[in-house]
Write a protein that binds this ligand. Structure first.
Ligand SMILES: Cc1ncc(COP(=O)(O)O)c(C=O)c1O
Length: 549
């Protein structure tokens, strides 16, 4: 349907529902969890007091018997000694940088649930400094090799060596021009052509980060529909811009954002009956954990992390969402910043079989350099109206289409066409599902309460026991030379250059880390403990602290 016709049709359809009914529907379309209620989650976050367990309470906070406490203490001391011996230079540099580097203070403080953070930081500090990468290995400043499971937040799709090569190529290609901005390097033409061919969409704009690409998509959707609100789904991350991060983390309320439950009839009805919705943002990674935020070990207070992909069900949901958006003239924005090129060559649109109005990219598309890209239908990408010359939608950035970034992107896009890269996409899903199954068989055979769930090469670790210490696994993995990002076992990201031999070593080390952790008693729990009872206990403790008792 033509854009303006869709808008008129939407307006008249919306007349059928009364304002009261629409309000009621909106509240029913929210997810029942706290994450589904942004205002409440921000309010409650402001009430939670700080609790620091001292060295004694740390090991027995769940009422473990003395014998278990002793094993935990020994295990912790051993790990602390190993870390002190292996990472002296990294620890010294991290300590030196910490005071002046806000980001390091933040990530350093939020690796584990806050009650445990101080004691862990004092004894199991993580070195933030690395020096080299080769194959699937990253080497830290103390010369320790780690299998990289961070995937550099998803940027590392093809292996670090491939990006080093792309950056070298980019410097060679754009080096004569240097950082000339505003005017364009000729490679931009090829990038635009390739992105149009890849997406089947009409126009492209270049930005500096995924966050900015999302900002631009939403701004354009508001401009063209003349509607105010953006819909994002509960738990979905779309960067750190305020309008797409309405809950905890944003100091001001995002008043023009609706956070709706995903895979929900009521959400579809809301979209079908409101007239103020400009666009809907989809983060396809949510297929792994619909309605839950990205899993991070700092929120792993029990064993309640859930994940698992039902590809057919999620595809059907996206299909229905697309239909409603199309009927109602709502712009459907596929945020493929993370999943683009990773779950399929054509990203989530190909993987789930949908046709969005706009797609945002970032991460790997920069060929190893920072980038955000928006691709969309011509009618939505225009930043001016020929009949109203002063009514524009402004979006420009100093570094947009930087020559070096454009050249690295070009190297990446050309690489996609190489037979070796194309082969990586052959049977991609099956390969990573089979690997996840192998990992799970190994873990089950070892008798440890740990499993993994995955969306292709994006994995998360699940725990089968209501332990308060599941987050400790990240330190045992580190001891085994497996490197995780600051969200710990919440997110493992494999690069596609992981061969079977490397993967076998990861499985072996991962399993050994779990066995060590089990032997050290961290998975002990009271026979009648459940995730719910653990959470209740924590809540009681926080209330007591808050009331100053
Ligand atoms: C789906 C999605 N959208 C947007 C962003 C923001 O991208 P950036 O960190 O480049 O600003 C991310 C980052 O992780 C993301 O995963």
């Amino acid at each position: 349907m033509h854009w303006s016709l869709a808008f008129i049709a939407a307006g008249s359809a919306g007349l059928g529902a009364t304002a009261g009914r629409r309000r009621l529907l909106l509240s029913q379309a929210k997810h029942r969890s706290l994450a589904g209620h942004s205002k409440w989650s921000r309010r409650i976050a402001g009430l939670i007091p700080s609790v620091d367990y001292d060295a004694r309470h740390f090991f027995r906070c769940d009422g473990a018997p003395d014998e278990v406490v002793a094993r935990r203490e020994q295990g912790f001391e051993r790990l602390a000694a190993v870390f002190a011996e292996r990472f002296p230079k990294g620890h010294a540099l991290t300590a030196e940088a910490r005071d002046g580097l806000s980001d390091l203070q933040f990530t350093g403080s939020y690796r584990v649930p806050f009650q445990f953070a101080q004691h862990v930081r004092a004894h199991l500090g993580v070195s933030a400094f690395v020096e080299r990468s080769a194959g699937v290995i990253v080497t830290d400043v103390d010369g320790n090799d780690f299998y990289d499971l961070t995937g550099s937040y998803g940027v590392n799709l093809l292996g670090y060596d491939a990006y080093k090569e792309m950056i070298r190529e980019a410097v060679a290609e754009a080096g004569d021009l240097g950082p000339v901005l505003g005017a364009l390097h000729p490679l931009v033409v090829d990038n635009v052509a390739r992105l149009r061919a890849l997406t089947g969409l009409d126009e492209v704009s270049f930005h500096m980060s995924g966050t900015e690409a999302v900002m631009q998509a939403v701004r354009l959707a508001r401009y063209h529909t003349r509607r105010s609100h953006v819909v994002r789904f509960c738990g979905a991350y779309h960067g750190w811009w305020g309008d797409v991060q309405p809950g905890i983390g944003n100091p001001v309320p995002a008043d023009r954002t609706y956070t709706l439950a995903e895979m929900s009839e009521k959400a579809l009805q809301t979209l079908a009956t409101r007239n103020d919705i400009a666009c809907v943002l989809i983060n396809p990674l949510q297929a792994l954990h619909p309605n839950s935020a990205a899993p991070s070990d700092n929120a792993l207070v029990d064993g309640g992390r859930n994940a698992g992909v039902d590809r057919a069900a999620y595809a059907e949901w996206l299909q229905r969402l697309t239909e409603v958006c199309h009927e109602r003239g709502i712009v459907l924005i596929l945020d493929d910043v993370f999943t683009g090129f990773r779950i399929a060559r054509g990203g989530a649109a190909e993987y789930f079989g949908i046709r969005p109005d706009m797609v945002t990219y970032g991460k790997t598309l920069g060929g190893g350099l920072p980038v955000g890209v928006l691709v969309g239908k011509a009618a939505l990408m225009k930043r001016f109206r020929p009949d109203r010359p002063v009514d524009i939608c402004f979006a420009r950035g100093t570094f947009n289409a930087h020559p070096y970034v454009m050249a690295a992107m070009n190297a990446f896009l050309r690489k996609l066409d190489e037979p070796r890269t194309a082969a990586l996409y052959d049977g991609l899903d099956e390969r990573w599902n089979t690997r996840a199954e192998r990992m799970n068989l190994n873990l089950a055979a070892a008798g440890v309460p740990v499993r993994v769930a995955n969306l292709s090469s994006i994995w998360t670790v699940l725990y089968d026991v209501p332990s308060r210490f599941n987050w400790m696994l990240q330190y045992y993995l580190r001891e085994e030379g497996l490197m995780l990002s600051w969200v710990g076992t919440g997110r493992l990201i494999f690069s596609l250059n992981y061969g079977d031999a490397d993967f076998d070593v990861v499985v072996e080390r991962f399993t050994r880390a779990c066995e060590r952790m089990a032997a050290n008693g961290w998975w002990w729990h009271a026979p009648d403990a459940t995730n719910k009872s653990v959470r209740r206990g924590i809540l009681r403790e926080l209330i007591t602290k808050r009331l100053g008792r």
